[in-house]
Design a protein around this ligand. Structure first.
Ligand code: BLA
Length: 762
């Protein structure tokens, strides 16, 4: 019979440990021995090299034999029943006894094999733990601990009390499987590892995978020499004899991990998986500073601690999330209250603490209308401005959050100290205005308790694997990252941003209103001045003017021979100037009245208005020998005296700007057009307009004056030839505005003009 070992001799090192097949080492730890049979057979196919240390039989005396050849008949048949059961309960180990020594036998299936792992009871007796006390203790722990961390602390304390390890840690993974010691119970003289962080590389993926399937591992003595597993080389299947030890309790541990533990000065460990939703949530990690074998049943007690804890994780996490959500809500309400109670939140309240708390941020910055407002710990102003500009360009009108700004903002490599993670809300489209909540880099908030170097033994090549090295690696991994933003924080930030946006909009509207109000006030004052001007014009200007005119007339009428022709001419010109000035004053008065007089609309027959105007202008018409023809005009709701004035102005103009050698022809037409045909921007396309057009055959004007002609004091023709104040058409325009209508003029120079007035039709 040939015997060979199945030890896996692949060299593992720091570069290939991710692919180390830790489930098939082909060796075990020496605190027990291993036997393996094919399922359904009792012939022993596998035996660990250390069998003689326990039962005085060497592997070559065991391999190829049947179980009943090694153990007493009734034990062998009892074992056959035990191993043949559909489900093997690990809590009910089988017990083999040989030469007065009892062996706790853990049985499991591995592929087509049945594996027996035999461990002597440490003190020779089967000592059952007091599960009643343990359970009662847990129930009281559950009642008194409020948060998850409290509970973890209690579980760590209790697990240490049950197992007697020097240090018990609760180790929690983040979503990337980086870990942190969140609770620790330890011998008083030891340096604390509380809050220490480790990179995901410390426990490679295949190890984590394995720990999901096998929730408890013990390393009894870090300095052990692995015991090879032996098998018969002439068994039918040659070649691959590896044995999957995933579920084994004696499996020999990865040499890399052993090196790590040795560097930490550890003597023995026990590790229990903490699962949530079939994923590894964390570990209960126990360290002892000398070798330690925990009896099978105490191991089960420790495992039970793990189960107790995992039963509570989801509930407590939800409760914690809820509590954080409540705090966040409280801060949000506080911030909103301040926002609603202040007119100038940015200036007065941006330093409020609740603004940070609503997202559990370490800094906040608001950029609004060219000013930067900051709260808490933030990057330098220039950096922030650059960031706001970048974000508004890259994320216009958007909001988002990230726990690693550097991923989207390569320029931000020196921002991580204050803004490794951000929540961003853009506020004004097209502008860099926005609000930012920031979180510091995780690395900054590390809390080293004690000196971790103290817990480390130095080896030849320095600390190749050690917590200190691990921590450096962890720092590399989480560099430039903040802790992730919770949903409640993101929601609160977005509620606040929305409210702030409204606050700003409201502010803009109010500023506009204020501006309107002050403009109105200015207008009111201007009107009052204008009214005053009327009064002055009538009393202070008209009176002296009248006196000048009377005086001039008297002088001229006297036909005094003493007066030289030159003086006479001067007085004549003075009189003329006074007359002109009087006209101007009257027109200004009319103009100002056209805007300020009360507007009373009366249904009026425009034919009548025209007749009155023509009779008023009769002398002028006769003098010019003008021919005036008018269509039948409609009846409209108008301000009668104003439309009268309007007609007077238009007809007078037609009589005034005539060609000397041609008899004036004036035609007044009436028609209906739609808004689209009205040459005015403000015309409503949905309605109709009544057009009254005054056509003449006068001197006309150039097209460029079409609009300017209605401006006050706008003159197109020399005053000595065509006297007037230059206000007449401005009055016409104002009158049409009073009627919600328009006036428009077209002309062909030298041929004539058309002045059209548009009244909105009912
Ligand atoms: C396994 N590494 C582990 C385990 C832990 C750690 C808890 C699981 C051991 C078990 O469940 O029995 C890490 N232990 C820690 C840490 C602390 C601790 C961080 O007590 C801190 C207090 N390990 C490395 C590196 C590699 C590595 C760099 O640090 C690989 C390059 C490998 N770790 C590694 C392997 C295992 C492991 C292969 C599996 C060990 C096994 O089960 O065989």
């Amino acid at each position: 019979m040939n015997i060979k070992d199945i030890v896996n001799r692949d060299i593992v090192n720091l570069t290939n440990c991710e692919s180390e097949p830790i489930h098939i080492p082909g060796s075990i730890q020496p605190h027990g021995f291993l036997l393996g049979i094919r399922k359904g057979s009792s012939r022993i196919e596998f035996c660990s090299a250390n069998s003689a240390d326990f039962i005085a039989l060497k592997p070559e005396q065991i391999l190829g034999k049947n179980i009943q050849d090694i153990f007493p008949e009734e034990q062998a048949s009892g074992f056959a029943r035990h191993a043949g059961a559909e489900h093997i309960d690990p809590a009910q180990p089988f017990v083999f006894s040989l030469d007065g020594v009892s062996f706790n036998t853990t049985v499991h299936q591995s592929g087509g094999n049945v594996i027996m792992e035999l461990e002597p009871f440490p003190d020779g007796t089967l000592q059952l733990p007091n599960l009643y006390t343990q359970t009662r203790n847990f129930v009281s722990i559950m009642e008194k601990s409020s948060g998850l961390l409290d509970l973890c602390q209690e579980i760590a304390d209790e697990t240490r009390a049950i197992t007697g390890y020097d240090r018990v840690m609760i180790y929690r993974f983040d979503p990337e499987y980086n870990g942190e010691v969140i609770a620790e119970s330890k011998r008083e003289d030891l340096v604390s590892f509380a809050n220490q962080k480790y990179p995901h590389t410390d426990i490679p993926a295949q190890a984590r995978e394995l720990y999901i399937r096998n929730p408890l591992r013990m390393i009894a003595d870090i300095n052990y020499t692995p015991v090879p597993l032996l098998t018969i080389d002439d068994s039918p299947e040659k070649g691959n004899h590896s044995l999957d030890l995933s579920l084994s309790v004696l499996r020999s541990v990865s040499p890399i991990h052993i090196e790590y533990l040795k560097n930490m000065g550890i003597g023995a460990t026990l590790t229990i998986s903490l699962l949530q939703n079939n994923k590894l949530w964390g570990l209960i990690a126990c360290h002892h500073y000398s070798p330690k074998i925990l009896p099978h049943y105490t191991r089960l007690s420790a495992l039970l601690q793990g189960h107790f804890l995992t039963s509570q994780i989801a509930v407590r996490e939800v409760a914690e999330e809820f509590n954080i959500g409540e705090e966040v809500d409280k801060a949000l309400v506080e911030s909103l209250t301040i926002l609603h109670e202040t007119d100038n939140f940015m200036e007065a309240c941006h330093k409020s603490d609740s603004l940070l708390k609503l997202a559990n941020a370490t800094g906040v910055a608001i950029f609004y209308d060219g000013t930067l407002y900051t709260n808490g710990q933030v990057p330098a102003e220039q950096e922030l401005l650059k960031l706001f500009k970048f974000l508004s360009k890259a994320y216009p009108n958007k909001s988002f959050e990230t726990d690693k700004l550097l991923d989207i903002y390569p320029d931000g490599s020196n921002l991580s100290k204050y803004a490794a993670g951000i929540i961003y809300h853009s506020m004004v489209s097209g502008e860099p205005d926005g609000i930012l909540w920031m979180r510091q880099e995780k690395v900054e908030t590390i809390n080293w308790a004690g000196n971790p170097d103290k817990a480390v033994l130095q080896n030849e090549d320095g600390f190749r694997l050690s917590p200190r090295k691990s921590f450096e690696r962890w720092m590399e991994i989480v560099k430039d990252k903040s802790s992730p933003w919770r949903k409640s924080e993101v929601n609160a930030a977005s509620s606040f941003s929305y409210a702030l946006q409204k606050h700003i909009n409201y502010r803009v509207i109010r500023a506009q209103e204020d501006q309107n109000r002050s403009l109105n006030e200015e207008l009111r004052l201007a009107n009052r001045e204008l009214a005053n001007l009327n009064w002055i014009s009538t009393h202070d200007l008209k009176e002296p003017l009248r006196k000048i005119q009377i005086f001039a007339s008297k002088v001229l009428d006297r036909e005094d021979p003493d007066l030289s022709a030159q003086v006479k001419d001067s007085v004549e010109r003075m009189r003329f100037a006074a007359e002109k000035m009087q006209l101007l004053i009257e027109d200004i008065l009319t103009y100002s009245k056209a805007g300020s007089m009360e507007k009373v609309f009366v249904p009026t027959d425009l034919n009548e208005v025209l007749q009155n105007v023509l009779s008023e202008l009769r002398d002028n018409i006769e003098e010019k020998k003008a021919a005036i023809r008018a269509d039948e005009l409609p009846r409209l709701e108008i301000i009668p005296f104003q439309v009268h004035q309007l007609f007077v102005n238009l007809v007078s103009n037609a009589l005034k700007f005539t060609k000397p050698d041609e008899r004036p022809q004036i035609r007044i037409t009436s028609s209906l057009v739609t808004g689209a045909d009205v040459p005015a921007e403000k015309a409503s396309t949905a309605r109709q307009y009544r057009v009254i057009a005054f056509h003449d055959n006068g001197i006309g004007f150039e097209k460029e004056y079409e609009n300017r002609i209605f401006d006050i004091f706008q003159r197109l023709h020399p005053a000595h030839k065509y006297p007037g104040s230059g206000i007449g058409l401005a009055i016409c325009k104002k009158i049409m505005e009073n009627h919600k209508g328009f006036i428009h003029a077209t002309s062909v120079p030298g041929r004539g003009s058309v002045f059209s007035i548009y009244f909105p039709a009912k």
